[in-house]
Design a protein around this ligand. Sequence first.
Ligand code: CP
Ligand code: NVA
Length: 317
Amino acid sequence: MKGVFIDYTKTMKKDFVDLWDLDPDEAWYIVKRTLKVKKGEDKHSPVLEGKTIALIFTKPSTRTRVSFEVGINQLGGRSTFLQESQLQLSRGEDVKDTARTLSRYLDGVIVRNHSHKWLEEFSRWATIPTINALTDKAHPCQILSDVYTLYEAFGEEIKNIKIAYVGDGNNVCNTWLVGAGLFGLNLFVATPEDYGPDSHYFQAGMDLANFTGGNIYLTTDPLEAVKDADVVYTDVWVSMGEDDAQRKKEALKEFQVNEDLLSHAKESVKVMHCLPAKKGEEITEEVFEKHADFIFLQAENRLHTQKTLLEFIFSKL
Ligand code: CP
Ligand code: NVA
C-alpha cells in the first residue's frame, strides 16, 4: 500500500456492490498492484488471516466461486459456501435479518444473487464488507478484472485503444459502461435497440467519463462498434435467470462475433469473453478457439484481481 494515497477515512467498511464503489484512484491502484504482484515484484499481505468469508450464491458459478475461494485461502482466510436454498432465506427470512445475523459470525460476504436491489438491501444492513459476485444488473468483479487483463496486455496505451462490446445489453455490458467511465477508456457498445443497457449504468458511465476523460458511444450497428477496434468483447445472449427467448436471439443474430464481423476490426484484435460461452450464438467456435489463450488469461486474472480487491478491502478494517 506504500506510496499510494488512499482516503481510508471515507467509509468504515468497504462494500463492492457496483464498480463505482471504487473511485478512479482506488480502481487504478488495484489494477496496478495486481500487475506488480503477478510479476512477482511484491506479495499480497495475508490480510485474511483468522477471517472467515462466506459466499452466498443463488446462481451457478465456476470462475467467480472458485477464484474467490482459492483467493481467500491464499490470503490466509477461510471461505464457507452457503447455498441460498439451505438458508432460512429460502423460507422467507428477511434479507435485513439475514444480513444482521451473518455480520455477527463472519468478516465478509460475497453474494451472487438475481436481484441487484436485494444485494443493495443486504449491504445496507450488513456491518461487514459485501462484495457483488454478479446480479441481474452488474458484475463488477468481472469488469475490474477485465480492465486488469487489458492493462496487462496494453499497458498505459489502454486509454487510447478502441474497445467494442457487442451483444446483449446485460449485467456485463452495464458494468463495462461504468468501467469505461471509471478508468477513462474508449468504449463502443453495440446492442439491438430492444436489448440495450440499463440507462442508469449508462448515465453513471458518462458522468465518470466526463471526469476521467473516457469516451462512451452506444450504437445499434455492430460494424460501427467493431470498425478498427483493438478489442472485441461479447457475452451470452441469454443470461442466468432469463427466458431462452427466440425473439431475443433473432434480434441478436447480427451481433454474433464471427470472422466476418472481426474482419472490420484491427488485424491484431483481441477477443474477450467473460465465460461461460454459448458457441454458435454470441461467438463462433472458430473465433473462440483462435482467441482462446486470451480468453482463458482473462479467466485466470479473476483470481489475481480479486485477491488484490480483497487485500484492498480488508486492509482497511
Ligand atoms: N464469468 C463468470 O462470472 O463466470 P462464472 O459464472 O463461472 O462465475
Ligand atoms: N451475463 C451473464 C454473465 C455470466 C458470467 C449472466 O448473467 O448469466
